[in-house]
Design a protein around this ligand. Sequence first.
Ligand code: UD1
Ligand code: UDP
Length: 383
Amino acid sequence: MRILTIVGARPQFIKAAVVSRAIAEHNRQKKNPFIHEEIVHTGQHYDVRMSQIFFDELGLPPPVVNLGVGSGTHGQMTARMLEKLERLMEANRPDWVLVYGDTNSTLAGALAAAKLHIPIAHVEAGLRSFNRRMPEEINRVVTDHLAQMHFCPTQSAVENLAREGITKGVFHVGDVMYDAALVFAPIARQKSRILETLQLRPKQYYLATIHRAENTDQPDRLAGIWEGLRRLAKTCPVVVPLHPRTRHALQKLGLWESADASGNTQALRLAAGPSGNGIRVIEPVGFLDMIRLEEAAALILTDSGGVQKEAYFHQVPCVTLRDETEWVETVQTGWNRLAGSDPERIQQAVLETQPGHPGIWPYGDGTAAEKIVRILLREQKSI
Ligand code: UD1
Ligand code: UDP
């Protein structure tokens, strides 16, 4: 069986890493048929710390090709990807095109395959924020309507698809991100030195990430979030591994100067800095360092989908810097609070956080990747 995996953005390298591991395990056990997977990197993310570091750390096989599309408007990026992917898929003709999540790389992979009548399998299908102003929501909806196989992380994702009339080829397999947390957390505890490097004491700092377009592209929202973090940082260090998109937006807003208590307004440095007051901005980190930072944080503030869930996996209270979330279970179980971008609300949400309810686990049993591989093998015959 031949699988063409399309990735391009940071969270996709992490998700694909666990599915590739499951494929390798299938082949290692000499089960039939042999699965030949080729990975295509669209080049959507390209900085070493947004891309290569994940291939190096997570054992994801190197891509057979990097399409090098780089950054641009949605139309530019998607069009560049489509043109290159179409050529590649026509030559390759895989049994499955495997796409992940909700980025422009997901959309382009699905669209190129659909027009060539190549079956599409969508990992992390059925997620909805019900906010069509988010580019991710458009990417998800279109991809789900083009895909033949839908691998849902949660029961609510299955129900979202049913509401849109998608009931065939829908499988509730659990969340591959939970698989990734289980596989890589023990490795991170062993290998990561990030807490020592940054001189952070466990449970005595907050971790924050911001990168969503809805926040970075709206100056009032970004300024509100930054002010919220600045106020929190007066009493507890706030560590921010900064997405390049947010760095550019902060620079544009002139907020960069308040980022670092040491007065260093130039390049970001991943180095031991003053661990007192102030927002501690660092470069984006690899997944192992990120897991360590998450596990040891007193609290996480984020607009990331993946980070909200990882807070839950590691049982760290979370404040989400958005007005809605696709990962509703994290809120329902009491671990996550929606705070939007208002500094007062953010501070209030931090004060109100407490550990959620024990005993509810909506994200599967850590074998989502294995199930995906099994189902792809089984369903290939019926396509
Ligand atoms: C993309 C996804 C988003 C996902 C995120 C994961 C879309 C529409 N959005 O958002 O759903 O949550 O990835 O991180 O696909 N940049 C760099 N270096 C890089 C990558 C990006 O400098 O290696 C900068 C560029 O200025 C670029 C900007 O970040 O214009 C945004 O990058 P882009 O890939 O368009 O969107 P993300 O915000 O990363
Ligand atoms: N992540 C990382 N280093 C960072 C920030 C995030 O390894 O500096 C990981 C994080 O642990 C999670 C994934 O990247 O697994 C989430 O990606 P991101 O927040 O970029 O996108 P989203 O999940 O919102 O689509």
